[in-house]
Design a protein around this ligand. Structure first.
Ligand code: NDP
Length: 339
């Protein structure tokens, strides 16, 4: 499978910027960096944006050249992303077709009929007619009360196909599926998934799964790209940090920062990074990665950090029939269930 990366120049706010795009297997094009919008989890649940905070982040990101936003029903950020995009369309800065919006179906909406209903609710929140990519967030179906549901993700996929046929989304895909689950889906689907979103950073390189998915014509999107370079849940993680000597050497060579090197490592593997920041300096920094390219040897050096370390490991679901990851001895407590 050959992937085409095309440079598309366009005028924005009076300045010329370049958005690099990757072609999907249905002919659409996805901008090669997505701004992540999950604001995290605290003792009160999902962190909420207040006083249009996230909307303003997105407005600024559009001005800085971002054209791809990653959200999900469970992040509770869909509304503010839609609001910002509509504002920028009204200002004449972008057309709807310039912006690529990825969102995700939550696990409690896996019944075939619930899928289109869930996406209609999302679109209502966003004030938009369609999204560009609708992903099944997990292969795991849950009931409203978060007990396990036995709905097969193949039935859910039929609902995803319905959503695309109705024009509610231009493309459909999956997230957090393992190889066997993708294989089964590819055998049974009527519409092929265009993308797979999985965790990818130096500590989880995912070479096999990435190659498998790319060979089947799926674009891989990598979430949590900074891995241990940044704090997770407010804590330092073991693994390479911002000042890691290997990353610093590469960064110095190209006059870039180590986060930029890590993002470029994904791009050079044909992976679309999904990087979250709400900080205006880092918004600029993270998109400034399209004027250099790592060598094979540098990619290999970063691959060597691999230790199969996941920061998204919902082991509290590990007894579900369709749990996609390896099981652990001591599963985490379920944050979605009230004690
Ligand atoms: P990231 O690897 O994007 O890390 C985000 C953290 O890095 C934030 O604390 C941010 O802080 C900081 N940061 C960002 N850029 C820089 C920089 N240049 N220098 C220093 N620090 C930086 O991890 P996430 O886990 O947030 O994942 C990104 C996105 O992926 C999510 O927002 C979501 O959209 C998606 N995702 C999807 C999942 C799925 O199941 N499909 C699971 C998890 C995430 P600050 O904001 O202050 O800059």
């Amino acid at each position: 499978m050959v992937f085409f990366v095309v440079l598309i120049g366009f005028l924005s706010m009076g300045a010329t910027s370049d958005v690099v795009k990757i072609k999907l297997n249905n002919g659409d094009e996805m901008p090669v960096i997505a701004l992540g919008t999950y604001l995290g989890f605290n003792e009160n649940g999902i962190v909420q944006s207040r006083d249009h905070f996230l909307r303003n982040v997105i407005l600024n990101a559009i001005d800085e050249g971002y054209r791809h936003f990653d959200t999900a029903s469970i992040y509770e950020t869909e509304g503010e992303i839609g609001e910002a995009v509509v504002m920028k369309i009204d200002e004449g800065v972008v057309k709807r077709s310039d912006v690529f919006i990825t969102t995700k179906l939550w696990n409690t909406n896996h019944e075939r009929d619930s899928v289109t209903m869930a996406l209609r609710k999302t679109l209502l929140k966003m004030g938009l007619d369609y999204v560009d990519l609708f992903l099944m967030h997990w292969p795991i179906a849950l009931n409203e009360d978060y007990t396990y549901s036995d709905v097969d993700y193949l039935d859910t996929w039929r609902g995803m196909e319905d959503a695309q046929r109705l024009g509610l989304t231009r493309s459909i895909g999956v997230s957090n599926f393992n190889k066997e689950q993708i294989e089964r889906l590819l055998q049974e689907c009527s519409i092929r998934p265009v993308a797979l979103q999985i965790e990818v950073h130096p500590q989880i390189v995912q070479q096999d799964l990435v190659e498998y998915a790319q060979n089947k014509g799926l674009v891989v999107m990598g979430y949590s790209p900074f891995g241990s370079l940044v704090k997770r849940h407010g804590l330092e993680m073991s693994g390479p940090k911002m000042d890691d000597p290997t990353l610093m050497d590469i960064a110095k060579k190209y006059s870039k920062t180590t986060p930029q090197v890590v993002l470029r490592w994904l791009v050079d593997r044909n992976i679309v990074p999904v990087a979250k920041t709400v900080n205006s300096t880092r918004i600029k920094e993270n998109i400034n990665i399209f004027d250099f390219k790592l060598t094979e040897e540098e990619i290999f050096k970063i691959n060597n950090f691999n230790e199969f370390k996941r920061y998204t490991l919902p082991s509290f679901w590990q007894n579900h029939k369709y749990y996609p990851f390896e099981k652990v001895a001591n599963p985490l407590p379920n944050p979605f269930v009230k004690k």
